[in-house]
Design a protein around this ligand. Structure first.
Ligand SMILES: Nc1ncnc2c1ncn2[C@@H]1O[C@H](COP(=O)(O)OP(=O)(O)O)[C@@H](O)[C@H]1O
Ligand SMILES: [Mg+2]
Length: 313
């Protein structure tokens, strides 16, 4: 029954609240072991998707598969293999940090001595040892978030769903968190879905993304492939010691080069087939005695891609 390629398969997954659609027939797959980014503006349906996949909400229509188990048939098994950092960071305020972890660990069937070891390592990683006996109700948002993250990891889930995981963390904790996520993915092959507004962070962590808006999937796939598909061309920058008028003529005469611009001693141009265009362009410039300092690709950021996808809709 278990499919070994996809950790998650959404199959027309749909959620309506009082007739209003929040997740609208979403279908996409998440490969095992990847860090997957779920992006979209406020109200796009990210939190609802996470709640559906963690078995907290029931779909109105459609279904999803998690490690081969269907929400419609095996929601209890799915709950046991999924760890979730929910939007509200749900914890028991009247239990201490340590008691929360003990409680949730036992709920997931993790027993001492393994439970104690996991709690120690999570408290230590998250710098929570000093406040382990403090009631969670007294914690700041950032601290709650750390305990909630530890809670999500206590049973070593195969699928980790993180709803805006770094939104209340300071930059140091946030950087540490990112390293930890990469480690989980590398060492334990945990599949991780992250919803986030930090596009630079998603670009750093995730190889694949789904962009959703008004509940619908606008785009899904590998970040670099999406960039190529959306723009259809690549842009390069050549820096010269000196930009002579002759060189401009040369660049503009190369077939496949378009949208040439000049700034100072730099030439910017676009092309589709860089493997053909760049070698002939360089060769022609060198033959004309141009002194080339550098050739670089003008990289598109995930933010550029996101803006284009959301605004272009
Ligand atoms: N429990 C709920 N009851 C009614 N409407 C809801 C509920 N949860 C979410 N919604 C609505 O569903 C849409 C998607 O919300 P949400 O999934 O929280 O978006 P996001 O996390 O992307 O900001 C929004 O219009 C929101 O108001
Ligand atoms: Mg949300």
């Amino acid at each position: 029954m278990a499919s070994n390629r996809f950790a998650v398969v959404l199959d027309g997954l749909t959620k309506r609240f009082n007739g209003k659609i929040a997740v609208d027939h979403n279908s996409y797959e998440i490969e095992e072991g990847v860090i997957f980014g779920l992006l979209g503006p406020n109200g796009a349906g990210k939190t609802t998707t996470i709640r559906l996949l963690s078995g907290v909400l029931e779909p109105s229509e459609g279904d999803a598969e998690v490690y081969g188990y269907r929400l419609s048939n095996d929601v209890n098994i799915i709950r046991s293999i999924v760890g979730v950092l929910p939007e509200n960071r749900a914890l028991y305020d009247r239990l201490t940090a340590q008691e929360n972890l003990e409680f949730y660990g036992r709920l997931y069937g993790v027993e001492p001595p393994e439970l104690n070891e996991r709690i120690e390592s999570l408290l230590s990683f998250l710098d929570l040892q000093d406040v382990r006996n403090t009631f969670v109700g007294k914690f700041s948002m950032g601290m709650r978030q750390k305990v909630a993250l530890a809670r999500a990891l206590i049973h070593q889930p195969k699928l980790l769903l993180l709803d805006e995981p770094t939104s209340n963390l300071d930059p140091v904790m946030s950087a540490k968190f990112k390293e930890y996520i990469k480690e989980l993915s590398r060492d334990l092959k945990t599949t991780i879905l992250i919803s986030s507004h930090h596009l630079a962070e998603v670009e750093n962590l995730c190889s694949k993304i789904a962009v959703i808006n008004n509940g619908r999937v606008i785009s899904v796939g590998d970040i670099n492939e999406l960039k190529r598909r959306i723009w259809g061309y690549r842009e390069f920058e050549i820096r010269l010691l000196e930009l002579k008028p002759d060189f401009k003529k040369i660049v503009e005469s190369i077939s496949g080069v378009s949208d040439v611009r000049y700034t100072g001693n730099k030439i910017f141009y676009r092309c589709v087939d860089a493997d053909k265009v760049n070698p002939s362009l360089i060769k022609a410039l060198v033959q004309a005695n141009a002194e080339i300092i550098s050739l670089n690709e003008v990289e598109r950021t995930l933010e550029d891609l996101y803006m284009k996808l959301i605004r272009g809709e």
